[in-house]
Design a protein around this ligand. Structure first.
Ligand code: ADP
Ligand code: ADP
Length: 225
């Protein structure tokens, strides 16, 4: 767990300003949700925190460390995308273990982590399958498992449920909430879905045209007049 602090972050692509004046500080262990219309800069903020984009200006801290110049693979951050992006030739267990293998974690610890993650996400009976033998919801649970197996300090999710049908979306959302309650990893979650934002968020950041329009608790953001 670590706090995440953005201070006046701006990102330009040539002449286009994707985001600007982005400042907020997420306390250790909180779950924040970014909402706003398509193109408002949600993904750019997540990708900047992950280190997949670099800020044009401003400061980004993870914990107390200024990470602007820290490459993605050295940030203690895990990201999950909308399209599961599993490795098709690997089993579920190998997919979950992959990030740990890359980091040369001891094989006994890897086995333990895979077992724990499989238990938390109800994947125990699927560990020997390949991704194409799984449903969409199961694949997305594997993607979540692969990300949390690393025990990152920060967890970034970019519309992770939007490819699932309604029932699976509800179930997976409930699992995500429980997982967060169990692990307490600082989480930033992008969605278009008001129900997801309402049920998951400690705080919601509303973006519009690359700027922050409002930051507040779910009740204050979605309160009806
Ligand atoms: P959202 O995730 O809210 O849909 P994005 O962060 O993807 O928004 O995009 C914000 C703005 O930045 C959009 O105008 C988009 O076209 C632009 N943008 C994002 N990535 C790039 C890129 N690699 N090159 C040029 N423009 C980009
Ligand atoms: P989102 O689901 O956030 O709307 P997009 O489909 O806008 O995602 O963007 C997907 C990818 O394309 C991202 O990596 C983003 O940086 C890139 N991208 C978005 N807009 C542009 C653009 N105008 N020019 C180049 N790349 C872009």
């Amino acid at each position: 767990m670590a706090k995440v602090h953005l201070e006046d972050i701006k990102r330009k692509f040539n002449n286009v300003t994707a985001i600007e004046d982005i400042s907020f500080e997420i306390p250790d262990g909180e779950f924040w949700v970014l909402v706003g219309p398509s193109g408002c800069g949600k993904s750019t903020i997540l990708r900047t925190i992950a280190g997949l984009e670099s800020a044009t200006s401003g400061k980004l801290f993870i914990g107390d460390t200024l990470v602007n110049n820290v490459p993605a693979r050295q940030r203690d951050v895990a990201m999950v995308f909308q399209n599961y992006a599993l490795y098709p030739h690997m089993t579920v267990a190998q997919n979950i273990a992959f990030g740990l293998e890359m980091r040369k974690v001891d094989s006994k610890i890897i086995q333990e982590r895979v077992a724990n993650v499989a238990r938390s996400l109800a994947l125990e009976h699927l560990l020997d399958r390949k991704p194409k033998q799984l449903s969409g919801g199961q694949q997305q649970r594997v993607a979540l498992g692969r990300a949390i197996a690393r025990e990152p300090q920060v967890f970034l999710l970019d519309e992770p449920l939007s490819n699932l049908d309604a029932q699976l979306r509800d179930d997976t959302r409930a699992e995500l909430k429980q997982l967060h309650q169990e692990l307490g990893i600082t989480t930033i979650y992008v969605t278009h879905d008001q129900v997801e934002a309402m049920t998951l968020a400690d705080q919601i950041v509303v973006l519009n045209r690359g700027r922050i329009q409002q930051i507040g608790a779910p009740q204050s953001v979605y309160a009806r007049p």
